[in-house]
Design a protein around this ligand. Structure first.
Ligand code: GBH
Length: 449
């Protein structure tokens, strides 16, 4: 395989999943601190309170990254370390932590790719309605501008949101993520306010100047495949695609929301949270887009059996997403289909010919054997997916980030599923590179030639 000069090879993490130190240096609680203590919300009652203790052990983690040979590291900033109350008083110790990390990365020629929001809203803002509240968009822009001002001399790649689909639909409609709500209208409003917050944040950071600054967003992109070519299944696939992908990509890159949204949520038809001026803010040009790929969705029509509109959520669109093709599955139950990564990349480019440059900002897996140090299934997975990314030849692909550097807090699954190239012993916090770590190191070295 050959890759263009300057192609970035990286690893990715996120704040709540690895940092721990939940009460340290003035950090305020986030919705994940709250949610993970709700009985039954997270497997085994796990929380991110300690996680991989990266807040204290980052120098060792940086050493492991340097030995791995990556030239880019994607991580997220914890909003509630910077603003413990979400807004108002700034916590300087939070900014100092990220400055130390970023300066150390730079000194090792690892470029920081900062994500400003990876699902951990300050609890104080959730108490004021969270992403249902339009004001949260502005507070996110204020927070982003504060971090940008503090780090713009050492950071040039700024991602606003990680997977807004998960923040709104998994958090406010399905209720499987924080804040654990099951709503219709509220979840759709959350989606819109996340997009608006993205646009306002990019505006305020751009206005803040700085050299070589680039702004983007990261989206999860599961291609949708109807299980038969019946009109009902095909229509179900369209609804699913609108929900997961086009609800975000159409306004971001096409300047408008999908027409289908006005009818596909049944009784949920009030979109008055969309103001006329919002689309131009949401759709302003970006410098890059990050794409996360894990699996394709195989879907069938599932006519509503529950007609009570009061019980509808924004996730309930008459689609069965539990259909599985006859292929290998990961430890998460996700089908292994590298071709889906080629499709995700080419679909996005086909729908939006003026798409900015693209990074694969997350790709990775767990398997029953990935608890082990000899994680051969993961090696095959990564190799095949990197090849699939490269096969999307019409896309201006600039880099690939493996999820994840370390084993970490896998949200509602707690610590059970281990996505790391590096194993963590959670009793001792000992780090041990797996076979996949050594494989990725050799692969990167060979790809650079
Ligand atoms: C990514 O999301 C996340 O950005 C990252 O933080 C995460 O660790 C990684 O995936 C691996 O999962 O509660 O079982 O119903 C990928 C898309 C969407 C996959 C939400 C998990 C909920 C799983 N994710 N989905 S479950």
């Amino acid at each position: 395989m050959s890759f263009p000069a300057g192609f970035r090879w990286g690893v990715a993490t996120s704040a709540y999943q690895i940092e721990g130190a939940a009460g340290t240096d003035g950090r305020g609680p986030s919705i994940w601190d709250t949610f993970s203590t709700v009985p039954g919300a997270v497997a085994s009652g796990d929380t991110g309170e300690v996680a991989a203790d990266h807040y204290h052990r980052w120098p060792e983690d940086l050493r492991l990254m340097t030995d791995l040979g990556v030239d880019a590291y994607r991580f997220s900033i914890s909003w509630s370390r910077i603003f413990p109350e979400g807004r108002g008083k700034v916590e300087q110790r939070g900014l100092d932590f990220y400055r130390r990390l970023v300066e150390a990365l730079r000194s090792k020629d690892v470029e920081p790719f900062v994500t400003l929001y990876h699902w951990d809203l300050p609890q104080a803002l959730e108490d004021q309605g969270g992403w249902r509240n339009r004001d949260t968009s502005g507070w996110f822009a204020d927070y982003s501008a504060t971090v940008h001002e503090a780090l713009k001399d050492v950071v040039s790649k700024w991602t606003t949101l990680n997977e807004p689909y998960c923040s709104s639909m998994v958090g406010y409609a399905e209720g499987r993520h924080a804040p654990g709500a099951r709503e219709g209208h509220g979840a759709l409003a959350a989606s819109h306010h996340l997009l608006l917050g993205h646009g306002l944040a990019v505006q305020s950071m751009r206005a803040n100047g700085g050299e070589g600054q680039e702004f983007g967003i990261v989206l999860n992109q599961s291609p949708t495949v109807p299980v038969t070519d019946s009109p009902a299944d095909v229509a179900a696939a369209v609804r699913q695609d609108v929900l997961l992908r086009r609800q975000f990509t159409d306004p971001l890159f096409g300047g408008e929301y999908p027409e289908e949204m006005t009818s596909m949520y049944g009784a949920i038809t009030d979109f008055s949270f969309r103001h006329d001026e919002d689309l131009s803010i949401i759709g302003q040009p970006l410098d890059y887009v990050g794409l996360n790929y894990y699996y394709r969705l195989h879907v069938a029509d599932a006519p509503h059996r529950e007609p009570d509109p009061a019980k509808r959520t924004a996730h309930d669109i008459g689609v069965d997403t539990t259909q599985l093709p006859d292929v290998q599955r990961t430890g998460m139950g996700w089908p292994v289909e590298p071709v889906g990564l080629t499709e995700a990349l080419t679909d996005l480019k086909a729908r939006h010919p003026h798409l900015p440059p693209v990074y694969v900002t997350e790709n990775g897996c767990v398997f029953p054997d990935t608890e082990n140090f000899e994680d051969t299934d993961r090696i095959a997975f990564l190799r095949d997916h990197i090849a699939a990314a490269q096969a999307a030849t019409d896309v201006d692909l600039r880099g690939y980030f493996c999820w994840s550097l370390l084993d970490n807090f896998e949200w509602a699954h707690g610590y059970k599923h281990r996505f790391g190239l590096i194993h963590i012993d959670y009793r001792t916090q000992q780090r041990t590179p797996r076979a996949s770590y050594h494989w990725y190191r050799d692969f990167i070295a060979a790809a650079r030639g």
